[in-house]
Design a protein around this ligand. Structure first.
Ligand SMILES: O=C(O)CCC(=O)C(=O)O
Length: 297
């Protein structure tokens, strides 16, 4: 599916964009289901296990930040990644054995949709090897004004930056003053609806608020080669175990010295995203309740 140059680009830069991979029917069907989600969100007034709400969300003016794990809500989202050209692209990058870890729909409504502070996904879910990536499906035309995903090429080969705040709490974002962060090197990933982006789990990325008058819906899937296992302590995958409990347990079982959140491993840089902030329900909540510093002010 991908040619030799595209595969080389992915390994060299840590990302690729494939223009208009999905057809109009696939996008239309996906958007239709999302419209139903938005309708359902009128009935709630607080973020929950499915929806993250913007502060100005109301019954009359539903405004979502995110729909969590859409593949667990409607089988269409699983089919879209399993039975479309995306699968072929993934095989070129991850081999034949691929596992979906998680999905999310970042809705970025017009005039104010939330920014995502700069981070590396790897800081949220370190794995035993780095055949781990995220696919972003553009459900709208994405341009410079509606908050495109931005990436810093080549950073997947560099260090895992610190994503903890000055109190040592995991806040899901780097410090914009980090010496290894060069905003001038950032490039935006734009494209027409139906295009996809793929970024390596260690690539630095973020996106600004959507100040434009059109939505920027982007559906993300996080996947890995089937033999890449998340490390214990990555709360993103501990859907049924509280990271608070894990942290308490580790503290109570400490025999001597200090807990380390920088495990020793060969060849792959890793940090464990602990201790957790007060709300670890999504990156938006982690960055907010972890008091991350903003690069977008
Ligand atoms: O929606 C975006 O632009 C960024 C998404 C992202 O990096 C995330 O949700 O982890």
């Amino acid at each position: 599916m991908l040619d030799k140059h595209q595969i080389q680009d992915y390994y060299k830069n840590g990302f690729i964009v494939i223009e208009e991979l999905l057809n109009k029917d696939e996008i239309k069907k996906t958007r239709g289901i999302i419209d139903q989600f938005i309708e359902e969100s009128r009935e709630i007034n607080e973020s929950d296990n499915i929806f993250d709400l913007e502060d100005d969300h109301s019954k009359d003016n539903p405004r979502l930040t995110r729909v969590k794990q859409p593949h667990l809500i409607n089988i269409h989202f699983l089919n879209l990644i399993k039975n479309s050209l995306i699968t072929k692209v993934l095989k070129d990058l991850l081999g034949d054995n691929i596992i979906l870890k998680s999905s999310k729909l970042n809705t970025k409504f017009e005039k104010g949709g939330s920014a995502v502070e700069w981070h590396q996904d790897w800081a949220f879910y370190p794995h035993t090897n780095d055949d781990v990536l995220a696919v972003g499906v553009m459900l709208d035309d994405i341009n410079l004004s509606n908050g495109p995903l931005m990436v810093i090429p080549g950073t997947h080969k560099g260090p895992v930056l610190n994503h903890n705040n000055s109190d040592g709490i995991f806040c899901g974002a780097i410090d914009p003053k980090d010496k290894d962060f060069n905003l001038n090197d950032a490039i935006p990933l734009t494209g027409k609806a139906g295009s996809i982006s793929i970024h390596h789990a260690r690539l630095l990325h973020g996106s600004a608020m959507n100040e434009s008058s059109s939505k920027r819906m982007m559906l993300f899937y996080e996947l890995s080669a089937a033999d890449s296992w998340p490390l214990v302590g990555a709360p993103s995958y501990m859907k049924f175990t509280s990271p608070n409990d894990l942290w308490k347990q580790m503290k109570s079982q400490l025999i001597s010295g200090e807990i380390s959140t920088c495990p020793r491993m060969e060849n792959i840089p890793v940090r464990i995203p602990l201790p957790p902030p007060s709300d670890h329900g999504s990156i938006f909540k982690i960055q907010k309740t972890g008091n991350s510093k903003s690069a977008f002010m």
